[in-house]
Design a protein around this ligand. Structure first.
Ligand SMILES: [Zn+2]
Length: 141
């Protein structure tokens, strides 16, 4: 695994923008529907950055595929102001958000594995904690 190598590969699909002050990585669509990935590089740990980029690229793959639940996920993100107000979401919408988070990990992992990257134990821990955080936040502990 190396983040830099993956970044070179992902850059062939869409721009990867690094921002050490962003405190959050994400897959972004601009108003003109131009996709890009933002990576919070404040945590410079290679496994962490590699996992973040793998995950966000998974969101890109969901978007690219035009998957119907991805559109519903986007709608849930929109009406909740990117989850700043989760009280406006129904249980079903919360589950759709979780489902997309899981899908982003799975399709990102499938992509990097196919490209010959090896995934270590720490990566899976980051994935596990990332999903748990979402689950606890959306559905309560
Ligand atoms: Zn995500």
């Amino acid at each position: 695994m190396t983040y830099k190598k993956l970044k070179r590969l992902v850059n062939k699909y869409l721009p990867v923008v690094e921002d050490p002050n962003d405190h959050r990585s994400g897959f972004i669509l601009t108003a003109e529907f131009i996709p890009r990935i933002e990576i919070d590089t404040a945590r410079a740990d290679d496994t962490y950055l590699f996992a973040a980029l793998t995950h966000e690229f998974g969101h890109y793959l969901s978007w690219k595929s035009g998957y119907k639940n991805y559109r519903k996920y986007c709608q849930a993100m929109l009406i909740s102001n990117s989850l700043k107000n989760i009280n406006v979401l129904t249980k079903r919408q919360k589950l759709l958000v979780l489902e997309e988070e899981r899908r982003a990990w799975e399709s990102g992992i499938r992509f990097v594995k196919r490209r010959g990257f090896k995934i270590n134990k720490d990566f899976y821990l980051i994935k596990k904690w990332g999903l748990k955080e979402y689950k606890d936040f959306l559905l309560g502990k």
